[in-house]
Design a protein around this ligand. Sequence first.
Ligand code: OAD
Length: 238
Amino acid sequence: MPDLSQPREWLVRAASVAVLTGAGISAESGVPTFRGPGGLWRDYRPEDLATPQAFERDPKLVWEWYNWRRERIAGAGPNAAHRALVEIEKRTPRFTLITQNVDGLHDLAGSGKILKLHGDIWRLRCTVCGAEFPNRRVPLPKIPPHCACGGLARPGVVWFGEPLPPGIMQEAEHAARSAELFLVIGTSAVVYPAAGLIPLAKEGGAKVIEINLEETAFSQIVDCALRWPAAEILPQLL
Ligand code: OAD
């Protein structure tokens, strides 16, 4: 395991911590990442399915993919990395958790406020009346699912080319800019605007720690890159 004395000191001293998580934090829970091994589903890339155009063309196919992901997530629970973030939140005066994940595992671990940039796979939204409602049924009894009004329902997530939920990016940017310590955990950092939070935190003067098994486009600008599984190394940071 890498030497953690410096990152531990940053963590203890920081009065404000912001965290950006991606699919890698849930990998050790058994949830497949998008771009790593096992990320492909029936040879489709996320960019082929997570778009309004794909849904318009073939809502059943898109829903089959989400149903598969929901099944994988339903059988999973939060891991030691999710739980370590709950502990950091308790110890830090100002703490913001920003996630690209839609799996709900931060909620299950007990994190407080979570800025879910890409929405929530356990919520559905009607494409006709706009109603949004929770739905945890696994597997879905009928694909594609419908709203009580009869309209086609879509996953309550953000797709490529769609805007993020209103106001959320401003909150995330504020947290990144004002953080003394910024943790980037388990994200390939290729999807924007989320990835843009990393240089923003750096410009704002934060120490940036990246936890990832692989190098990313931002590894060169971070203050410390820890190449280790998140669920093993995060508890060691505490
Ligand atoms: P990716 O699948 O692109 O990246 C996952 C990252 O986690 C990779 O860089 C891995 O090296 C790393 N990783 C894997 N296992 C790990 C472990 N045990 N510990 C630490 N790191 C690990 O997932 P995201 O970056 O989250 O968006 O993807 C971003 C967005 O693209 C998603 O939110 C989703 C997707 O398409 C939408 O659907 C809009």
